[in-house]
Design a protein around this ligand. Structure first.
Ligand code: HEC
Length: 127
């Protein structure tokens, strides 16, 4: 009888536990501030940049309202973040600004850069 009870406990509780685990895994993939799911290449940026409207910053400036807006960092030869300037920055920031504090090797794959830039276009107040 004891074994039957144990068996019942296991069959009833184990599936519940594993459900819990998968939802925790999914949780780790979400942006902690918005809970919005973000494309994989964009996760390269989140250790150093917030992607939401907030006054807080991480190591790097907030990336909200950056696309189609003025450059806020010093030492660049251009004034605005467009598809072209973002594309070359993300490819190799050190080529654009040799002493930049953005210690990041760059994204060499043009398709991944496009995913990142398309996502950055959505991070803005204006539609
Ligand atoms: C290791 C940390 C780090 C990572 C990873 C990183 N950045 Fe940065 N980023 C910075 C820092 C620090 C600055 C400020 C650079 C400076 O002042 O020279 C910066 C600046 C920027 C700027 C200029 C913003 C402005 O307000 O003018 C953009 C755009 C940017 N990063 C985009 C990205 C994108 C997109 C990614 C992901 C592909 C990324 N960064 C990954 C640290 C990082």
């Amino acid at each position: 009888m004891k074994f039957v009870t144990l068996f019942l406990i296991f069959t009833l509780f184990l599936p519940a536990c594993s459900d819990n685990e998968t939802s925790q895994e999914n949780q780790a993939m979400l942006n902690p501030l918005t809970n919005k799911d973000i494309p994989k290449p964009v996760k390269l940026c989140t250790p150093c940049h917030y992607l939401v409207k907030t006054n807080q910053k991480k190591v790097g400036p907030n990336l909200w309202n950056v696309y189609d807006n003025y450059v806020t960092i010093k030492g660049l030869q251009f004034g605005k973040w467009t598809e072209e300037t973002l594309n070359s920055w993300i490819e190799e920031p050190q080529r654009i600004k040799p002493l930049t504090k953005m210690i990041f090797p760059g994204v060499k794959d043009p398709e991944q850069r496009k995913i990142i830039i398309d996502y950055m276009k959505t991070l803005r107040d204006k539609p």
